[in-house]
Design a protein around this ligand. Structure first.
Ligand SMILES: NC(=O)C1=CN([C@@H]2O[C@H](COP(=O)(O)OP(=O)(O)OC[C@H]3O[C@@H](n4cnc5c(N)ncnc54)[C@H](OP(=O)(O)O)[C@@H]3O)[C@@H](O)[C@H]2O)C=CC1
Ligand SMILES: O=C(O)C1=N[C@H](C(=O)O)C[C@H](O)C1
Length: 252
């Protein structure tokens, strides 16, 4: 048997981290060498011989964790939200000095969600209007979701390339927040509801018709094949990759 990949999970006591610990332990080609929670020293990653770091922490912690991994030659697979343009640019600068290291920032590890975002982007240039609704469990600390931000960015880029203008909207008066927030000109609405896990709808409207693309993660198990796929592929993709679609052949 080929050597097992030595993997560390950060945020191991969290909802996603606990699931990732189980997934890595169950993967025959991986060995869980560290499982860190808040307050644990990152130096223990070096002592444990980690070569792959899975970060599922919180937006305040993730940048420091990933910088530590890169500076120590470890590949990083990151599901944590909060990677805005400034953080991504600074990570790319760091990676330029560590050309052998790969980092995957994956706003969503669920294949169906990745496909939803890709399909929505492709479809969006054919419709006058597009808005996004993301729906999550009420323990989520960030809004809008990283997935919705990514979807909006992909939609906006596709529409701009096709010369499609903004979605029409005659609103002149509103209560604050009634029209959601705007990401690259695309409206995003956030719902927080007990019982939900992670869900997204992209609404595309044209004269007399609507196309709705919806994805539901009913269980965090939905994210684990993507986490493992990320670990297995990150070393072969040095530098920064944003989105699991960077490792897939979607052919879109
Ligand atoms: N890409 C994807 O597919 C998915 C991404 N996510 C994202 O992943 C992140 C985690 O989500 P979730 O598991 O629900 O959140 P949780 O709050 O359940 O878990 C986060 C965990 O990270 C811990 N933590 C905080 N800082 C550190 C640190 N420096 N080192 C180690 N552990 C730390 C927290 O500890 P404490 O409790 O003490 O603060 C907590 O246990 C979020 O940003 C979420 O949006 C979630 C689902 C899917
Ligand atoms: O916090 C969550 O739960 C999730 N976070 C990610 C996001 O913000 O998009 C991924 C998924 O939606 C679940």
């Amino acid at each position: 048997m080929t050597q097992q990949l030595p993997v560390a999970v950060l945020g191991a006591n969290g909802r996603m981290g606990a699931e990732a610990v189980k997934a890595v332990e169950a993967a025959p080609d991986m060995k869980l060498v560290a499982a860190l929670g808040r307050g644990d020293s990152l130096d223990s990653l070096v002592d444990a011989g980690a070569r792959y770091v899975v970060d599922l922490t919180v937006p305040e912690s993730t940048e420091e964790n990933v910088r530590f991994a890169v500076e120590n030659g470890m590949h990083a697979v990151v599901g944590t939200t909060g990677w805005d343009l400034g953080r991504l640019e600074s990570l790319e600068t760091l990676l330029a000095g560590h050309p052998e290291v790969g980092v995957l920032i994956a706003p969503n590890f669920a294949l169906g969600s990745v496909l939803t975002s890709a399909f929505a982007a492709k479809a969006s240039k054919y419709f006058e209007s597009v808005e996004i609704i993301e729906l999550h469990h009420p323990d989520k600390v960030d809004a809008p979701s990283g997935t919705a931000v990514r979807t909006a960015q992909l939609v906006a880029a596709e529409r701009e390339a096709a010369g499609v203008g903004p979605s029409p909207d005659a609103t002149t008066t509103e209560l604050a927040g009634a029209r959601g927030c705007e990401v690259d000109g695309v409206r995003v609405h956030s719902v927080r509801l007990r019982g939900l896990v992670a869900h997204q709808e992209v609404l595309l409207g044209g004269p007399g018709e609507q196309l709705t693309l919806r994805h539901d993660s009913f269980d965090r198990a939905s994210f684990m094949p993507g986490v493992l796929l990320g670990v297995r592929n990150v070393a072969a993709h040095p530098g920064l990759t944003v989105g699991l679609d960077g490792y897939l052949d979607l052919g879109l």
